[in-house]
Design a protein around this ligand. Structure first.
Ligand SMILES: [Zn+2]
Ligand SMILES: [Zn+2]
Length: 573
């Protein structure tokens, strides 16, 4: 019988095992996808004498990166073609850059064809409210929809108003949503929250997004090109199951996905069966505590500063504290009581410090009530922008894990420190070092379309505390590069319940790797993104061919998944 083992050698193999060993070779049984030896080439050859050797030369091998909190399907829909991604950090830092792209699309797209833009961030881009009057100046004759990066608002032009019949017959506000209106009561081209957003934009989305499964595949490919091999969906509802099952069953499927079902869906405690549970599984239940610091809805104990940025964003100075909680404590307790007994891991969206106090109270009481205190429950809290060191210590004391959002620091850090909040608070936003010190199993995430999935940028920012503009804020919150790598590998795997077989390069684990051009622990930390390139990824001992993956999805029948061309989800952050 032929030996199915391949030995991979590299300039360095960063194992991320308990001792953070560096080795030169890894043996992988390609039949099982598992690692059979780790060490010197001679040691691996002794373990597998008939093995073929693949030499990666000067490249460096790491466990595949884990983005612990994402929204792959919805992110594909809103950022990948035919959607047009106009977020500040993908090449559109100002409103002038956005309108230049508007005009280029207007000039080149076939007459009458609808266009969907997404990722507008008025605060970062200094954009006016793009009402129909503003959009009509760029798009006089075709339907155009612009989705706000917050996920809470869509903007649309007069052609959309006309196609909806709203020019002659303006609708009343739907339950749970609202439209902006002009002085004379007409729809002004803005819709707030999902029911209104969908009523306004649904028809254009269905027309433009003819193959949402392919858009989702392109998002997974983007994650993979940035070195990610495992992620999660934190706004899962069962209508996505068929699509995710298709995406993770194809040969060369590049990313494993753990599902967190929204507590707001019916039967959020139900089990989920998938074709390939190693690639797609249900991991937990998702809850919401508060909102977002960019729109003034995080539950925080401190006020905003009275600045131009805060006034333009129409944020109340506050502090609003618990008024910004989305649910009462009793409602949150009832949700835990519904799903904790079923054994699901809990995950709470929370940005504010007041919010985190409530979440930790709620978790501590829930863990006691359900006899889970002291067990390996790994209940988690997402984002934690304003969380303090003592809160991380409390989280650790009850076994709660934390997933941090370096992108909040990277893209908003300059505003946070002085423009939004007093420097002693703003400079400390996303306290990486305090979380590490408290031993809360901290992981990192990019949160789907909220920011592009670039783990290497997160490593650079965590180590240097440098924002996208190159400024340093809160240098005391920096991590070491080895700590940051653990946050993006083994700690993410642990939160997703997969550390027994993923997250590090160790004998017996599945061979998910990222291949890098240079050793990120050996270059100047300020130059990680510039110097270190992702050369490819492996899943279960197989090099991933992204072109084969996306081509296969493109050929899949789109009609099965076309109904998913909507924005019908709880906005995350
Ligand atoms: Zn969130
Ligand atoms: Zn999210």
């Amino acid at each position: 019988m032929a030996d199915t083992t391949t030995i991979i050698t590299a300039a360095t193999v960063i194992t991320v095992d308990a001792r953070d060993r560096r080795v030169e070779a890894v043996a992988v049984d390609t039949a099982t996808g598992r690692i059979t030896a780790v060490g010197t080439l001679a040691e691996c050859q002794a373990a597998a004498p008939g093995a073929t050797v693949e030499d990666l030369g000067t490249h460096v091998l790491l466990p595949g990166f884990v983005d612990a909190h994402n929204h792959p399907f919805m992110s594909g829909m809103t950022t990948q073609a035919p959607a047009i991604w106009i977020a500040p950090y993908v090449g559109f830092p100002t409103w002038a850059d956005v309108t230049a792209r508007f005009d280029a699309e207007q000039a080149s797209a076939p007459a009458g064809q609808g266009l969907v833009f997404s990722g507008l961030d008025r605060m970062l881009q200094g954009a006016p409210v793009p009402t129909a009057a503003v959009l009509d100046a760029h798009f006089p004759d075709r339907p155009v929809v612009v989705v706000d990066n917050s996920g809470h608002i869509v903007y649309f032009n007069s052609k959309v108003i006309e196609l909806n019949g709203w020019d002659t017959n303006p609708p009343a506000d739907p339950v749970g949503g609202s439209y902006g209106r002009t002085a004379d009561g007409k729809i002004d081209g803005t819709a707030h929250e999902v029911p209104a957003m969908m009523a306004a934009a649904g028809r254009i989305l269905m027309e433009v997004f003819t193959h949402p499964l392919h858009q989702a595949a392109e998002w997974l490919a983007l994650m993979s090109r940035n070195g990610v091999t495992m992620t999660s969906d934190h706004t899962y509802d069962p209508s996505y199951l068929k699509a995710y099952d298709a995406l993770t069953s194809l040969p060369d499927a590049p990313v494993r996905i753990g599902l967190y079902q929204m507590s707001t869906t019916t039967d959020a405690g139900a089990k989920v069966t998938t074709t390939n549970p190693d690639m797609l599984w249900k991991q937990g239940v998702k809850l919401w505590a508060d909102g977002s610091p960019w729109v003034g809805t995080a539950a925080i104990s401190f006020p905003y500063v009275d600045s131009e940025t805060v006034r333009t964003a129409e944020i109340e100075i506050g502090p609003l504290g618990e008024k910004n909680m989305n649910y009462t404590r009793a409602e949150l307790d009832a949700t835990l009581d519904q799903y904790a007994p079923l054994g699901w891991q809990m995950a709470f969206h929370c940005n504010g410090d007041v919010g985190l106090d409530v979440v930790l109270d709620c978790y501590a009481a829930g863990l006691e009530r359900h006899g889970l205190m002291g067990t390996d429950h790994r209940w988690r809290v997402e984002h934690c922008g304003a969380a303090r060191g003592d809160q991380f210590e409390r989280a650790h004391s009850i076994g709660v894990t934390i997933s941090l959002a370096p992108f909040q620091f990277i893209y908003w850090g300059d505003l946070l420190d002085g423009e939004l909040f007093a420097p002693e608070i703003g400079s400390q936003w996303q306290r990486f070092a305090d979380a590490w010190k408290a031993d809360v199993g901290v992981s990192f995430h990019n949160d789907g379309s909220v920011s592009p999935p670039i783990p290497l940028l997160n490593l650079q920012a965590a180590v240097t505390r440098t924002t996208a503009s190159g400024k340093v804020h809160g240098a005391n919150q920096a991590l070491t590069i080895d700590q940051a790598i653990r946050a993006h590998t083994i700690n993410g795997a642990r939160q997703l319940g997969r550390d027994h077989d993923l997250g590090s390069i160790e004998v017996g684990k599945l061979a998910d790797f990222v291949v890098l051009s240079h050793d990120p622990t050996a270059v100047d930390p300020h130059e990680i993104v510039k110097k270190v390139k992702v050369e490819g990824t492996w899943i279960a001992g197989k090099r991933i061919d992204l072109r084969r993956f996306t081509a296969a999805v493109e050929k899949a029948d789109p009609t099965d998944h076309q109904h998913l061309a909507h924005l019908n989800r709880h906005p995350c952050c």
